[in-house]
Design a protein around this ligand. Structure first.
Ligand SMILES: Nc1ncnc2c1ncn2[C@@H]1O[C@H](COP(=O)(O)OP(=O)(O)OP(=O)(O)O)[C@@H](O)[C@H]1O
Ligand SMILES: [Mg+2]
Length: 394
């Protein structure tokens, strides 16, 4: 009998949005697959699936609010820990050894000096796949991509290359996707790190992980370091946060040190909690440029819906433009989740009725009736307030 995902009852919350439902379903699926693979001794697969399960739970936490957010984050940490205890490439059956995570993160014996964060095989996402966000993409091209593609022009105009750019905005608006597209297009070694992974539970590991990351980046003439969920390493310091009181100065020192050592290093961050970020991290030379990634407008919603429904059997009566108008307030991730759920209805019909089906307008209506935007009006107001109180370029 397979164990249920840890704390399934508390991971599920009341009234889930489509995005939350999407992340929850994926979490449960990956978790069960991971446990099953572990039981069979397929440890590489088990590690992969449990890492994905933790990722989905972190996303679910990020799309949640209040206490539920903290509960989900803690559980994601536990699943991540389980995954990290499984040694990659380990053969044979049996439970993974708890020491494995130390062995792979301390730079001795395991993978050398942070190179495991290099994206050698960039994901197949391009800037053209990102719907809307015209200003954001223009800023990213000018600030992040061109300095690497056209270093001579950048030098001739004495444009500042390097430094840091922070993408901020509501959950599910494409911040991580933008970074993935940058990894694809930029002519530099791309390091991608989720900051919650850097913040290991073992005392002292977070600083060590950061140093390994920056040391590894320094070895490359041209490097982009993407720090996803940036707030996890530079959350405002409080008297009770001893970890943050150690990690933030270390991070700032590493970033400042890079400026002299490594002018072609560019830091790219993404966060949906910009107000939690320590102000010292937002100074010029660090995350000196903030870019707001907003909810999609009608045109962007239309493009996201069209992409999500591409090559899927659709009724000719389905009006994607009209749907874009009816989905104001939904994030890109909400829209993708909506399409996924709308597919379920004809999919099940086809299996039961054994005749070809397609997505009909009532399928969409049925899902839309249950959709709740994952970004509330209060959250949006908070982003707008933050945007008004800081320098932004988009
Ligand atoms: N502008 C967009 N264009 C196309 N797809 C989008 C866009 N925004 C979101 N999506 C869809 O939503 C999914 C989630 O987006 P992503 O993970 O990049 O959001 P995020 O802003 O990083 O969210 P979080 O703050 O929760 O990390 C993407 O994989 C993509 O399918
Ligand atoms: Mg993200």
């Amino acid at each position: 009998m397979m164990p249920p995902p840890p704390g399934a009852a508390t991971v599920q919350g009341p009234c889930m949005s489509v995005t939350q439902q999407f992340y929850l379903e994926h979490y449960e699926r990956y978790y069960r697959r991971g446990i099953e693979a572990h039981r069979k001794g397929e440890l590489d697969r088990a590690r992969h699936d449990l890492l994905k399960a933790a990722e989905m739970l972190y996303k679910l936490a990020a799309a949640s609010t209040g206490q539920l957010r903290d509960v989900r984050k803690q559980k994601a940490g536990r699943v991540l820990e389980m995954a990290q205890r499984i040694k990659p490439g380990e053969k044979g059956k049996g439970r993974a050894q708890p020491a494995a995570a130390h062995e792979t993160t301390d730079g001795e014996g395991g993978s050398p000096r942070g190179d495991e964060w290099i994206i050698a095989d960039p994901p197949e996402v391009s800037m053209d796949d990102i719907a809307g966000l015209v200003d954001v993409k223009a800023t990213i091209r000018r600030r992040v991509i061109y300095p690497f593609q056209h270093p001579e022009v950048t030098a001739r105009f004495r444009k500042q290359a390097g430094g840091g750019v922070l993408l901020y905005g509501p959950p599910g608006t494409g911040k991580t996707m933008i970074a993935r597209a940058v990894a694809n297009e930029v002519d530099a070694t791309f390091f991608s790190v989720r900051c919650s992974d850097i913040m290991s539970k073992w005392v002292g590991e977070a600083e060590k992980n950061l140093r390994r990351l920056f040391d590894a980046a320094a070895e490359h003439a041209r490097a982009v370091v993407f720090l996803d969920e940036t707030e996890a390493i530079v959350a405002r310091r409080g008297s009770d946060s001893t970890v943050m009181n150690r990690v933030i100065p270390e991070f700032l020192a590493l970033v400042d040190g890079m400026a002299g050592r490594h002018p072609a290093l560019l830091l790219l961050g993404a966060t949906n909690r910009p107000w939690d970020i320590d102000e010292a991290a937002l100074r010029p030379g660090r995350f000196g440029e903030l870019i707001y990634v907003p909810l999609p407008d009608a045109e962007a919603r239309r493009a996201i819906l069209a992409a999500a429904l591409r090559d899927i059997p659709l009724s000719p009566e389905l009006d994607v433009d009209g749907l874009a108008e009816r989905t104001a307030g939904l994030s890109g991730a909400d829209l993708v989740g909506l399409c996924e759920r709308a597919k379920d209805l004809p999919y099940e019909r086809e299996i039961t009725m054994q005749s070809p089906q397609c997505i009909e307008p009532p399928d969409i209506d049925a899902v839309l009736a249950t959709v709740r935007p994952s970004v509330s009006a209060a959250m949006l107001a908070r982003y707008e307030k933050f945007q008004n109180t800081c320098r932004t370029s988009a």
